[in-house]
Design a binder for this molecule. Structure first.
Ligand code: COA
Length: 341
């Protein structure tokens, strides 16, 4: 069986904040942010918008593209939503902690009455993990055919806006891929390989310390800051360069191909310097890596599907192209997918 991506979509909040605008509020500069990260701006949600709102919009945009490009036989969004067997969302900024899952809120919003729905907690690797999970679920049962795999975040709610070392890095957004199980054709297509890895020994280098069962807020406590991302930037940087290098090598070896066979490497958009350092180590030209971090900053689990959707809508991915995704982030988690479009 082949698992193919038959449509993609994305959504961002309307407000885009440039580095210069940030520098009016915190002690930083456009020059520092660009030279250390490659980020030029980020989208930030208004107070009324939660993760499921962005996710639902990205889901609608995905299904609409499938209808528009006729990669499905259904004729309306409602009809198409009813064919979904599973909705999976990678997120670390769900609407609610614990439950309900963000995926359930999207399932209701879409009217996907025949779908199971759950979130995946794998931080910035959430989409990579989600794609493999959904693929496994579709392949397990003959009756399952379609799934919506998403990454969605409102990270602006989870950063300490007084910490210039982290708050400049992140942005809000959602991305999605509609996947379908199809019989194998003559050529091997769809999701070719996936590697999933974790290194829990680095758990504390990227962590939201407060609010969970380890370190809950206590009755009567005076709370200065909401739960927020704490990061050992250097440690995460070193881990990420190693993770990208390892995953590229592993995916190529598993499929038995060279890097020339790959059209695009779509890495998690955390820092352009991480990607440049890994590319240099691997001897892969920078043009092979697709980067849009300049506009979006780090949208965690959403960054890979947002990038895939940009490429897909610009028709810079065509049928038969091989795409490699690489995720890495909190957990620590990392991994990648090799996809023949
Ligand atoms: N603006 C201006 N100066 C800043 C700044 C900002 N936004 N953030 C930090 N600085 C300062 C520091 O205070 C420090 O000043 P000092 O030398 O006077 O003490 C200096 O810049 C260097 O700080 P440092 O933290 O060593 O910078 P760095 O080169 O390691 O870059 C990161 C910091 C966060 C960009 C980098 O470590 C990184 O990208 N790490 C990976 C982060 C990541 O990708 N996380 C998500 C993974 S999913």
């Amino acid at each position: 069986m082949a698992i193919e991506i038959i449509a993609t979509g994305r959504a961002t909040p309307p407000r885009r904040i440039s580095n210069a605008e940030l520098a009016e509020k915190i002690s930083t500069s456009d020059e520092w942010i660009r030279s250390h990260t490659g980020i030029g701006s980020r989208y930030i949600a208004d107070e009324q918008t939660a993760t499921s709102d962005l996710a639902l919009q990205a889901a609608i945009n995905t299904l609409s593209l499938a209808l528009e490009r006729k990669t499905v036989q259904e004729h309306s969004l409602e009809e198409l939503a009813l064919t979904l067997d599973m909705i999976i969302i990678g997120t670390v900024s769900p609407d609610y902690y614990g439950f309900p899952s963000t995926a359930c809120l999207v399932q209701h919003g879409l009217g996907a009455l025949n779908a199971g729905a759950m979130d995946i907690s794998a931080a910035c690797s959430g989409f990579v993990y989600g794609l493999e999970t959904a693929s496994g679920l579709l392949c397990m049962r003959q009756s399952r055919k379609r799934a919506l795999v998403m990454g969605a975040e409102v990270l602006s709610r989870l950063v300490d806006w007084d910490d210039r070392g982290t708050c400049i890095l992140f942005g809000d957004g959602a991305g999605a891929a509609l996947i379908e199980k199809r019989p194998d054709g003559k050529e091997k297509r769809g999701l070719l390989q996936t590697v999933l890895r974790a290194d829990g020994s680095g758990a504390q280098s990227l962590v939201i310390q407060r609010g969970g069962s380890r370190n809950p807020y206590r009755r009567g406590e005076i709370i200065d800051t909401p739960p927020h991302v704490q990061m050992d930037g250097r440690a995460v940087y070193n881990f990420a360069v190693k993770a990208v290098t390892e995953i590229v090598d592993k995916l190529l070896a598993l499929e038995g191909i060279g890097i020339d066979a790959v059209k695009w490497i779509v890495p998690h958009q955390a820092n352009a310097r991480i990607v440049a350092a890994a590319g240099k180590r691997l001897g892969i030209p920078a043009e092979k890596f697709f980067l849009n971090i300049e506009s979006y900053a780090n949208t965690s689990a959403a960054s890979i599907p947002i990038a895939l959707d940009e490429l897909n809508r610009r028709e810079e991915i065509r049928t038969g192209d091989i795409i490699m995704t690489i995720g890495f982030g909190g957990g620590l988690t990392y991994g990648g997918n090799l996809i023949k479009w």
